[in-house]
Design a protein around this ligand. Structure first.
Ligand SMILES: CC(C)(COP(=O)(O)OP(=O)(O)OC[C@H]1O[C@@H](n2cnc3c(N)ncnc32)[C@H](O)[C@@H]1OP(=O)(O)O)[C@@H](O)C(=O)NCCC(=O)NCCS
Length: 157
């Protein structure tokens, strides 16, 4: 899926807004761990892909994916509240998946809060399977749900 405005890799000037969106839409009510300095490190890290959708009015969406040995880990993904249900999240996820596939990843993993029905439905719609419950994973005591999607069979390298 293509979107307008288009998806691109983040540059250092995006770090502050990404951190602010993480605090508002993902880490809301939790300690703020994705502060601008950490986001900037991710942007500059060649093992991490930070992708954004930016409109004239500001950042619309961002996603951060880390490349591990044969897996990729989707660390954060968020779309500004007023821009949801218009396909931006799907386009960004598909872009990050395609990049992970080209980089050789076999599988993408991520964790979602058990109480985040929107995210769980969104990832299920994109072919992610819920494979484990991580009791009390989040600092407010909410369980984590581990999801994963295989990009190619486990034994095909
Ligand atoms: C999860 C999130 C990224 C989805 O982004 P989005 O741009 O709204 O997603 P899309 O428009 O591409 O939605 C694709 C499909 O996912 C499902 N979906 C998305 N949001 C949903 C919701 N609130 N409730 C139920 N299903 C939902 C639907 O099947 C939707 O298709 P439809 O709109 O045709 O019904 C967005 O809700 C968000 O940023 N949430 C806050 C941050 C967050 O929880 N991130 C994930 C954990 S890191």
């Amino acid at each position: 899926m293509t979107v307008d405005p288009p998806i691109r890799l983040a540059d250092p000037a995006d770090a502050d807004e990404i951190a602010a969106m993480s605090r508002e839409f993902i880490e809301h009510g939790l300690p703020w761990t994705w502060r601008p300095g950490r986001v900037l490190k991710a942007i500059l890290n060649p093992e991490t892909n930070v992708a954004v959708i930016r409109a004239e009015r500001g950042l619309v969406a961002f996603g951060i994916m880390e490349y591990l040995e044969s897996d990729a880990y989707l660390v954060l993904l968020a779309v500004r509240a007023e821009s949801r249900r218009r396909g931006f999240g799907s386009a960004l996820l598909e872009w990050l998946e395609a990049s992970a596939s080209v980089a050789g990843a076999q599988r993408i993993r991520l964790d979602a809060r058990r109480d985040n029905a929107a995210a769980r439905t969104f990832y299920n719609e994109h072919g992610y399977h819920e494979v484990a419950i991580n009791r009390g994973r989040y600092s407010d005591g909410v369980d984590g749900i581990r999801l994963e999607k295989w990009l190619r069979p486990a034994n095909a390298r």
